[in-house]
Design a protein around this ligand. Structure first.
Ligand SMILES: [Zn+2]
Length: 220
């Protein structure tokens, strides 16, 4: 951390992440069918870790911690165990935190902007997700899916959040980006491309202002 070297530092975070999750076994055995979203406090150590990993230095509105449906989590964990066994590596060296920029549907009603930043709109404790057309709501509910990718066969993830920025909604100031646990026995070089949905699991959602955004014209 003393050296300003983004590539090596992003990997160095993995051991820190691990220790955090191991010490939080509270919901280990409960089964959930809908993604749980938790806004992280700015004083939460996890907030600081994700913010540093993100490293774009924009205005971050909120970081949301995600607990995906148990069905998806179990598939991911099972594949992780398979990779560890197959590649003779340990869990830390098959799991990489990568970024995934996505689009928010123009009429998406999930995020509520207020003086405190951004909140998640809910009805009876259920987030107000879009039914379709919205990358944000789709990934939050079902994780990354091949059929929703540009190629419909492969999904792309980047080590550098700046790369993922190109895949966020164009022409809007406030953007959304996911932090995804990606499983691979070969350490990714900048980008990880996979056709396996179980190799990916969303862990965090970052809602932020694009530092490179400027209004193109006044008609929109
Ligand atoms: Zn939406």
């Amino acid at each position: 951390m003393a050296q300003n070297h983004p590539k090596s530092s992003s990997f160095a975070f993995l051991s820190t992440f691990k220790s955090i999750f191991i010490h939080n076994p509270s919901k280990k055995s409960s089964t959930i069918t809908q993604t749980q979203l938790t806004l992280l406090s700015r004083t939460d150590p996890e907030y600081e870790i994700i913010k540093n990993l993100f490293a774009i230095t924009p205005k971050i509105h909120v970081i949301v911690k995600l607990k995906m449906p148990t069905k998806l989590e179990n598939k991911h964990e099972k594949y992780k165990r398979f990779l560890v066994k197959y590649s003779a590596r340990n869990i830390n060296t098959v799991t990489y935190k990568m970024f995934h920029g996505t689009k928010r549907w123009r009429s998406c009603d999930l995020l509520m902007f207020n003086d405190q930043g951004v909140d998640i709109k809910k009805e009876n404790e259920t987030p107000r997700y879009c039914q379709n057309q919205c990358g944000l709501c789709g990934i939050l509910q079902q994780g990354n899916r091949k059929k929703c990718s540009r190629s419909r066969k492969k999904m792309w993830f980047a080590q550098d959040a700046n790369t993922s920025l190109n895949y966020c909604t164009y022409g809007t100031k406030t953007k959304v980006m996911f932090v995804i646990d990606c499983l691979t026995k070969t350490p990714p070089l900048n980008v990880f491309v996979t056709g396996k949905e179980k190799a990916t699991l969303p862990r965090y959602l970052i809602i932020f202002d694009d530092p490179y955004y400027f209004p193109v014209n006044s008609t929109n």
